[in-house]
Design a protein around this ligand. Structure first.
Ligand SMILES: Cc1cc2nc3c(=O)[nH]c(=O)nc-3n(C[C@H](O)[C@H](O)[C@H](O)COP(=O)(O)OP(=O)(O)OC[C@H]3O[C@@H](n4cnc5c(N)ncnc54)[C@H](O)[C@@H]3O)c2cc1C
Ligand code: FES
Length: 268
């Protein structure tokens, strides 16, 4: 195990379990050093090339879905070479992982928390919900989860079993929950329950719409951005996005400054 800084590790973790259904996979890796310091919203960079191959050359970023004891759980969708390789791995094999990386969610000291996720952007919300509930057992935690179709939500079904979490679903095609967008769920929840702090992760247009809605309602909103990443540690500058602040060069690096940002740092 390589010890980079006090908060970052590179290790070869044994795969304890891997299970894929259609193109969605759940992988459990023994990684106690990473689990010990991980915060919700942080991510890991995973070497997805086979043992003696460099293809793909760059590691792939994945959100930390859950930590349980020394076990790190990632949920991923097979979209290309890296994720296809990962899906072929077997329990007992070793996986090269660096993490935890980036800045995660700031758990606000508020009574009501809205966790808004779209598609695979739902992945970091499990760890976040657990953390909020641990900090404040009295807080109201509401998860609003959107996807194109019901099948995309199956991989997150464990969220329904968290007794401290109230879950509402939306799908674009109406196959589960509300037939429409996840922002409709947020608007409804805020009008019924009242304002709260919003944590959001999903496709960019969805996050922008949620961020602007929160701005209008004067609700705090944090967004977790996804970009292509080569290094994951601030060295290649490949993950730059333009922020709303024109001071300096105006760019933010998602891997180092984020992936979680206060929404107004991205959209004013
Ligand atoms: C901070 C962060 C956290 C992430 N967390 C997760 C996670 O928890 N679970 C997860 O499944 N993914 C997550 N991703 C996305 C994940 O990193 C990519 O899906 C992965 O790198 C794709 O690698 P690949 O080699 O399989 O695909 P590539 O060969 O790199 O790409 C294949 C094709 O898929 C497209 N593609 C790439 N990424 C995506 C994507 N996210 N969705 C749809 N199409 C894509 C590419 O444009 C290309 O056309 C995260 C990304 C970031 C930056
Ligand atoms: S991925 Fe290299 S600087 Fe962010």
């Amino acid at each position: 195990m390589t010890h980079y800084e006090k908060t970052k590790y590179q290790l070869k973790g044994e795969i304890k379990d891997i299970c894929c259904r259609d193109e969605y996979c759940r992988i459990t890796i023994e990684a106690p050093a990473i689990c010990h310091v991980a915060k919700p919203g942080q991510f890991v960079m995973v070497k997805t090339s086979e043992e003696k191959s460099n293809d793909p050359l760059f590691r792939r970023p994945f959100s930390i879905h859950q930590v349980t004891g020394g076990l790190l759980i990632i949920l991923f969708k097979i979209v290309g070479r890296g994720t296809s390789n990962l899906a072929k791995m077997k329990a007992g094999e070793l996986l090269d992982v660096i993490g935890p990386l980036g800045k995660g969610f700031h758990v606000a000291n508020e009574q009501r928390h809205y966790l808004v996720g779209g598609g695979m952007g739902i992945a970091p919300l499990h760890f976040l919900a657990e953390t909020i509930s641990r900090y404040n057992q009295e807080s109201e935690i509401v998860a609003l989860l959107g996807a194109r179709t019901a099948k995309e939500l199956d991989v997150f079904s464990q969220l329904n079993s968290l007794n401290y979490l109230q879950v509402a679903l939306s799908t674009d095609d109406g196959t589960a929950g509300h037939h429409g967008l996840v922002i409709d769920l947020l608007e409804r929840a805020v009008s019924e329950r009242g304002p709260g702090v919003v944590y959001c992760c999903g496709p960019w247009p969805m996050m922008k719409a949620i961020a602007l809605y929160c701005r209008d309602k004067k609700m705090t909103c944090q967004v977790s951005l996804e970009t292509v990443m080569a290094c994951g540690v601030g060295a290649c500058l490949g993950c730059a996005v333009s922020g709303s602040d024109v001071i300096g060069d105006g760019y933010l690096h998602v891997c180092k400054d984020g992936p979680v940002f206060e929404a107004e740092k991205i959209w004013l």
